[in-house]
Design a protein around this ligand. Structure first.
Ligand SMILES: O=C(O)CNC(=O)c1n[nH]c2ccccc2c1=O
Ligand SMILES: [Fe+2]
Length: 220
């Protein structure tokens, strides 16, 4: 019921414990039901409005792949949001929630890997849309050459997403886990954290439905 607001502090505490232990153990952490349906839907609404306004630009270097049968596959489209824009209030709320998790988790873990970083800042929020029709992202490392980014946080907005039908799976190939991979479904109100460096090569498999995500990169 709407009057039962999330007991925010306890909620944040709880999530931080998971983030710290998963990041230390696997370098990857997934949290579901991060904002709750009401706020999640409000964020999705703002993203759709931005997209319909045509603010998005081509994300990847190669924007449209001309496939053999001359079907162009559009690449991902992106736009940057700092969260203070008046029509992005809920995206701003998402950003402040992620900030509090990262800052708190950073403080909580003294000797763990989270503790090895002193988070000094982050990028703006990158709102990405894979327009479906096979758009994907080739296997890559977000920060291969020590550009300062240490943690990638991705919030997904895709209602009733079914990977079997819609594709769009994020596959991470965590270094040191030889044949193990992490298959992350881009489900609504799910947030994912992972080390941005070479420990986590990853790819976005072809999406056959419009696929939205909001990414923040934290600097040490
Ligand atoms: O959406 C996902 O599940 C994962 N997404 C990514 O790894 C990813 N990584 N780096 C980018 C750089 C520029 C534009 C889009 C991206 C991008 O979607
Ligand atoms: Fe990436």
């Amino acid at each position: 019921p709407p009057f039962l607001h999330r007991d925010n502090r306890g909620f944040i505490e709880e999530i931080c414990k998971n983030v710290v232990s998963d990041m230390d153990a696997y370098g990857v952490c997934v949290v579901d039901d991060f904002l709750g349906a009401e706020t999640g839907l409000a964020v999705l609404d703002e993203v759709k409005r931005l997209y319909s306004r045509g603010d998005f630009r081509d994300g990847q270097l190669v924007t449209n792949l001309i496939t053999s049968d001359l079907k162009t596959i559009e690449g991902d489209k992106i736009t940057w949001v700092d969260g203070k824009e008046c029509e992005c209030k809920n995206i701003g709320l998402l950003i402040s929630q992620v900030d509090s998790i990262i800052v708190h988790a950073n403080k909580m873990s003294d000797n763990g890997k989270m503790g090895d970083y002193v988070i000094s800042g982050r990028t703006k929020a990158m709102v990405a849309c894979y327009p479906g029709s096979g758009s994907h992202y080739v296997k890559h490392v977000d920060n291969p050459n020590r550009d300062g980014r240490c943690i990638t946080a991705i919030y997904y907005l895709n209602l009733n997403w079914d990977v079997k039908e819609h594709g769009g799976l994020l596959r991470i190939f965590p270094e040191g886990w030889s044949d193990q991979v992490a298959n992350i479904e881009p489900l609504f109100d799910r947030i994912l954290f992972f080390w941005s460096d070479r420990r986590n090569p990853h790819e976005v498999q072809p999406a056959h439905q419009t696929r939205y995500a909001i990414t923040l990169w934290y600097f040490d």
